[in-house]
Unconditional design. Sequence first.
Length: 367
Amino acid sequence: MTRQELNLAIYEGTTDKVLWQPRLETWIGDRMQWDTMPDRFKGMSHFDIYDELQCSIRYAASAGISHGRSNDDVVTSEEQHADHSVSTVRTPSGEITTVHRDLWHEGQRVNHRITDYPVKTTADLRVVIDLVDRQSFSANVETFQRAAATMGHRGEPTMFLSSSGFTELIKNWCGLENAYYLLYDHRAEVEEYLEACDRRDDRLIDAALQLPCRVYNLGDHATNEFTPPPILERYLMPRWQRISDRLHAADRFVHSHWDGNSKTMLPYLKDTRLDAVESLTPFPQCDMTLEEIQEATGDMVVLDLIPAIFFMPSYPLQDLLDFTRRVIDMFAPRLILGISDEISEVGEIERVEAITELVDEVCGLAA
């Protein structure tokens, strides 16, 4: 059985094996950017490194959907300063401005983080609603098939869809504190924005279903802080159920990305109608035990579960191996084993190979 075949078989519930599918992109990208790749991997491609470590890949074929926007009457501009940049978008509905703090190293921008969010008033939110309503999507089957062919046996292609409108409000438009103030003071306007996001999601899924992709990811970044139970019940749960029903009707699978502290959300998982949940991060990194996750997920597929901190040199290797064996014992075969969230720039890549050897010992590796 290939890694791609095993990947799909886990979703279908037709295997007793575990797939080892860590996300290594951050580690690989950092080494390539700064020319610090270990000699063993120098000259290798992204795919070559995964093959050398005998790991499956999750997102290498998230391609085939073009994102567009009607821009005839939209004006954008950006001013670059020494330590920050200012981006402005002007539509017939109004104007919003975002300020990013920029960190530079050896002539390369290494961090681009929002320090002043664009939405502070309902007038600003009206501009965002206008922008969301303008978003359009089109499918290109050939583009997806080329990406899937390049990915080959390494894993079942998984397609990114979108984050929830509420987490986008926090991440892109308001920041955490101001998003909650805006919701408290102007619930009707925020819900109008969320309805626009739902319409956007429907257009995106219309395009996605034209592709021969079987597995989809909702990059929600759901956490106790972003989406506590009252928010989850009112805004996230209906979205997950609606999207899951649409994808299931077309014989597709879907999971959502929950990272960070998520303990208060666990009791809701079984009612989401999702097939799987990605990146739940147990103790000692976050606030959940493996036993609590096991109870909450039931027969759902669980992706990842190994805390990223175990790949740091400060943690004994044996602790990582013992924890991973517990994860396999508790969650197999409904397990796509990976790192929650992913190995960091300073993680030890040798530990990835140690998990490869452990998985091979426990249940054998897919080809």
